[in-house]
Design a protein around this ligand. Structure first.
Ligand SMILES: [Cu+2]
Length: 165
């Protein structure tokens, strides 16, 4: 009788431990996944106060599921931050963002950022130079300029990443 009780206790202790281990495994799995997902979805946008197209772009990213934080800088500081981030002055646009270890300069569509974060090419990031009408945050009725999203490589070379007609 006593033995049987002990056996039952052992079994339940074993079951509890197995469950505990499973939960621990599941938790460690989630801990591995979550920071990567959080990093991918989190955007820090550097801009100058009063840049309405920058904020319109931030809303576009937010609508696409990104969490956007905004850092207002003086124009000189923003220019410095762009150069420090590896964006050549010739490709500079209005805002500069940091996303998942990449730099995103200008009105880059969320779709291309998602592609960048999925493919993770060896590059500085993406750039849409200038501020083409019709790009996200630069909407103006039905007007649309053709533009290219450039993949900015280390050293300043670029490749066409996407074309918008
Ligand atoms: Cu702009």
């Amino acid at each position: 009788m006593i033995r049987a009780t002990t056996a039952v206790r052992r079994t339940s202790a074993h079951v509890t431990m197995t469950k505990g281990r499973r939960i621990a495994q599941l938790l460690s799995f989630l801990v591995i996944l979550l920071p990567a997902a959080a990093r991918a979805a989190s955007v820090e946008m550097m801009t100058t106060s009063g840049c309405s197209c920058c904020h319109a772009w931030a809303r576009h990213l937010h609508a696409a599921g990104f969490e956007v934080t905004v850092k207002d800088l003086a124009m000189g500081q923003l220019m410095r931050a762009k150069l420090d981030a590896g964006v050549p002055a010739t490709l500079a646009a209005c805002h500069t963002a940091r996303i998942g270890g990449y730099v995103v300069e200008g009105h880059v569509p969320a779709r291309e950022i998602q592609k960048l974060l999925t493919e993770r090419p060896d590059a500085i990031g993406l750039v849409v130079p200038g501020m083409p009408i019709g790009s996200p945050g630069m909407e103006s009725g039905d007007r649309r300029e053709a533009y290219e999203v450039l993949l900015l490589k280390r050293g300043g070379k670029t490749e066409v990443f996407a074309r918008y007609e």
